[in-house]
Write a protein that binds this ligand. Structure first.
Ligand code: PHE
Length: 508
């Protein structure tokens, strides 16, 4: 069986062309077939070892129109000579011009014929000096017209005289392969049940595997860089003994988002600028206890929070303002979840008044009503972390960050003192962005305040680090993105998402 597609037809023509000869040159055998089409047919045959071929590039000389004229009628000087030689008793210049019929040919030809000493001037007439001449230019050009080549010196000379041009020509030198035949036998690409049943597999001609094939481009889904980064972050957290906090609600009570964190109710961060408030329902009321057992504890805790805000407690003078149960917000940070988790930790207090050291993390979306620019969107992903233990110091937190970020290839962190209502001391951390050529903030951190922890009932000597990193910033640094809108939102280039490596962080 022979396939009837055009590449198949061409492939058969190639086989036929090779039937009685050892080798063909495609530019001679198939001068009109486009390069790509021919290559496809040859590839098909060579994959079956029916032919072997080699691609060759040659410089070919091509005659200019003037040179074609010369091949036809002779060179200018030869034409002048012939005219003069034919005329008995010589030819006047006017008569020469009328005989030749071309002013330019007459002029150029005359000059050359003089120099060659083929003609001379005698009594105002041109007369021949020799009986015959050899028209070298014409024979050279004729040779080139037939063979497309000549001695390189001659080619160069004729090129200089603007009679020739050279062009690069690609052709295939094709010869018979070890499985040469005139027919292309159908090749099986699959071993079927039918072939097994009939036994036809024994004689079937199986197509060999092409291990060099690159495979087609898969139009498949691809993970967003933020997802990949999130995966890597989680891995690092799990490797270092963290457990994941549940962050499955975007809407949070003002209580957990702010009050539990000792953020005063008139704090600028709560302003309309930064916080998205839920309009329906407008108020949250008091968030419920975590369980039935927790009711009494919870009421007490809630009272503690109110007191520490209004009058102060645990050695703090508080903010001294009337505190109210508050609104619902789109969470501005996942530190709300950290607070709730620490409150739950307090409930694990043993008879000795101790709680176990813990490490918690989460990576999820938070919302801020900020002006959008190259590095800010009104929502982003926060990498939140909590480490609770005894005897912790700020230096330990700096060291933690250095080891943590080194795991993702970010080194040379810079720390800067900062302020958060819920941490003291607080510090921001920065890393260098090569694209933006500046330090960019990648996170905020600190040690939670007693006003927050003691209200929950946590032991006085328990120290708790907290940090909130942006997932977007390190992603931008790693993927060399200068504008956050290239990473999130409607301007994201899907090719960028598809093209990027599966895993991004450098590891040893
Ligand atoms: N909540 C802070 C932020 O959103 C991060 C943070 C968490 C800071 C915990 C200190 C402690 O930037």
């Amino acid at each position: 069986p022979v396939s009837a597609d055009s590449a198949g037809d061409l492939a058969h023509e190639v086989l036929r062309a090779l039937a009685n000869t050892d080798q063909i040159l495609s530019t001679e055998a198939f001068p009109k077939v486009p390069f790509e089409t021919l290559k496809a047919a040859l590839d098909r045959l060579s994959s079956r070892s029916m032919v072997v071929y080699e691609q060759i590039e040659r410089q070919e000389a091509v005659l200019e129109p003037e040179a074609e004229q010369i091949v036809q009628h002779g060179s200018h000087e030869a034409r002048v000579f012939e005219a003069v030689h034919k005329a008995l008793g010589g030819l006047s210049i006017q008569d020469l011009e009328t005989t030749i019929g071309d002013k330019n040919v007459t002029k150029v030809g005359q000059g050359k014929a003089f120099r060659e000493k083929w003609i001379k001037k005698e009594d105002n007439k041109l007369v021949a000096l020799v009986d015959s001449i050899e028209d070298v230019t014409r024979s050279q050009l004729r040779f080139i017209q037939e063979t497309k080549s000549h001695d390189p010196k001659i080619i160069a000379d004729l090129k200089k005289r603007k009679l020739l041009n050279t062009a690069k020509v690609i052709s295939f030198k094709v010869s018979k392969g070890p499985k040469f035949a005139l027919e292309i036998v159908k090749e099986e690409t699959d071993l079927t049940a039918d072939m097994l049943a009939t036994g036809s597999w024994k004689t079937a001609n199986f197509k060999p595997y092409n291990f060099k094939a690159l495979g087609g481009h898969q139009v498949a889904g691809a993970l967003h860089p933020l997802n990949k980064m999130r995966h890597e972050f989680r891995q690092i957290f799990f490797e270092t003994g963290f457990t994941e906090m549940p962050t499955n609600q975007y809407i949070e009570s003002g209580f957990w988002n702010f009050d539990a964190l000792f953020v005063p109710q008139q704090h600028p961060a709560r302003d309309l600028q930064d916080t998205f408030y839920i309009s329906d329902p407008k108020t949250a009321g008091r968030p419920g206890p975590t369980s039935a057992d927790d009711k009494q504890n919870y009421d007490e805790y809630f009272e503690n929070v109110k007191q520490v805000h209004e009058n102060g407690k645990y050695g703090s003078i508080g903010y001294r303002y009337p505190w109210a149960e508050e609104e619902l917000v789109l969470r501005t940070h996942t530190t709300s979840v950290s607070a709730a988790m620490l409150y739950k930790l307090a409930a694990q207090k043993g008879p000795d008044g101790r709680v176990p050291p813990v490490r918690y993390f989460s990576i999820d979306r938070v919302f801020r009503n900020e002006a959008v620019d190259a590095t800010h969107l009104c929502e982003f992903h926060q990498v939140e972390g909590v480490i609770a233990d005894y005897g912790l110091t700020l230096g330990g937190l700096m060291e933690f960050f250095e080891t943590f970020f080194a795991k993702m290839g970010l080194t040379d962190l810079k720390f800067k003192p900062a302020f958060n209502p819920y941490t003291e001391p607080s510090m921001e951390l920065f890393s260098y962005h090569k694209g933006l050529k500046k330090l960019v903030e990648i996170g905020n951190s600190g040690m939670f305040r007693p006003e927050m922890l003691e209200a929950m009932g946590l032991p006085k000597d328990l120290r708790v680090y907290g940090f909130g990193l942006s997932l977007e910033r390190p992603t931008m640094i790693k993927y060399a993105i200068s504008n956050i809108r290239e990473l999130l939102g409607h301007q994201v280039d899907l090719n960028f998402i598809e093209r990027n490596a599966a895993v991004r962080l450098d590891k040893d």
